[in-house]
Design a protein around this ligand. Sequence first.
Ligand code: HEM
Ligand SMILES: *[C@@H]1O[C@H](CO)[C@@H](O)[C@H](O)[C@H]1NC(C)=O
Ligand SMILES: *[C@@H]1O[C@H](CO)[C@@H](O)[C@H](O)[C@H]1NC(C)=O
Length: 475
Amino acid sequence: MGPIALCIVALAVISITHWVYRWMNPRCSGQLPPGSMGLPLLGESLQFFAPNTSFDIPPFIEERMERYGPIFRTSLVGRSVIVSTDPDFSYFIFQQEGQLFQSWYPDTFTEIFGRQNVGSLHGFMYRYLKNMVLNLFGPESLKKMLPEVEQAASTNLKRWSSQDSVDLKDATASLIFDLTAKKLISYDPEKSSENLRENFVAFIQGLISFPLNIPGTAYNKCLQGRSKAMTMLKNMLQERRTKPREQADDFFDYVLEELKKEDTIVTEEIALDLMFVLLFASFETTSLALTMAAKFLLDHPLVLKELTEEHEAILRRRENPNSGLTWKEYKSMKFTFQFINETVRLANIVPAIFRKALREINFKGYTIPAGWAVMVCPPAVHLNPAKYKDPLHFNPWRWEGMELHGASKNFMAFGGGMRFCVGTDFTKVQMAVFLHCLVTKYRWRAIKGGNIVRTPGLQFPNGFHVQLSERNGPK
Ligand code: HEM
Ligand SMILES: *[C@@H]1O[C@H](CO)[C@@H](O)[C@H](O)[C@H]1NC(C)=O
Ligand SMILES: *[C@@H]1O[C@H](CO)[C@@H](O)[C@H](O)[C@H]1NC(C)=O
């Protein structure tokens, strides 16, 4: 080998070594949190996405908490990430939204959800759209929805009970989807030639997959599902435009009124992206919570007994037992709300919440460089034995008296701060009303499935098949 070739090889070795060294030891003006950046490029992504069947803190997080403490660094999907399992730091991150931190999700997510979605919108536009959504899912609107939810839950339950077996995961997803789509865009699956939900199912199946866009891959189906659903939404909006309605009461009506204004900042594209995110955010999460709830009830007969008593008492107090649920009755479901809190605490439906550091940040002696991603880890908080005694035990009674302390640093199933989930109350109405219909009229037994896998997102790989039958208990 000649001296020039030798020189080139030596230079290449030096620059690769330097690059690997930089990878392992990122630049930072202060003290980076401890941790490992894993392999070059890949980082620790494989460990992070490794499936696990446990309800406990994901092993990826737990191992690193033990080794490095509550705040540590890593690298995921090509990004440097600071992981927070520390309640104070997580609270600080939520409170500093828009100041020191900003919502951030991996690039594949942006591709999938559309560039204009609510998760990546900032500042003025964001507040503006959020108000629109809050109106739609605010208390006044939910009060009006109560009979609709009850009607849908009881009709569906009745139908399911006539079948030998029903997959609760799939069936509740369909129920919640129809309810949400009705509320948002007055969608009626019976009157539509195409099935909107089918496109969402294809979309979700490929959501957590390797982003390889060639025919046949799950990722490709995912993008196709999104594109078909978007076309349907677009056509529906167009149809509404030609046939406007007298009274604005769904999201399309709001959007059309908004688009008519001269000084509006909303475009059709933004509105349709937002619609897609809302439909997605609502039915997958709520149906996971309901499936989890039905499973917890089967596994904990004393909880089922107490829940049933609460709902039978509501029926007993009524003059006419066949009149529908009232808002006052809904508000009185004390144990039900404890049960829902406990269900979402242990379910950890959202295992990671992402932000980006807008500036260099110092916290508890550590420095987080500007531009780094920050990942808040709700399971670490929800399963902390110092805050929740015997944390893996399903115990709704632990919430007794907790409501007095208000929104706490130790509960973040619906996020926190400015980006707190706008669908929280909507979810609670749907869950409480469904549970009311379920426990007062039916019993159920497990047939198949019900096992969970976290990747780290919660999944029921085999669904949860149960047999429902009418119970002839007290009326
Ligand atoms: C059990 C059910 C649900 C869970 C566990 C859940 C969880 C969450 C979490 C953790 C966040 C915060 C994300 C972040 O900070 O980056 C969030 C935000 C959000 N959720 Fe939910 N959610 C649920 C149901 C719903 C429903 C039914 C809707 C639809 C109305 C909805 C719409 C949204 C929206 C639009 C945001 C973004 C809010 C913002 O960025 O300001 N969610 N949700
Ligand atoms: C899940 O994590 C536990 C604890 O780290 C580990 O022992 C187990 O092998 C993991 N895998 C599965 C599939 O549960
Ligand atoms: C459920 O948790 C939230 C957040 O900590 C709390 O504000 C609420 O009071 C809890 N509900 C009940 C019934 O304990």
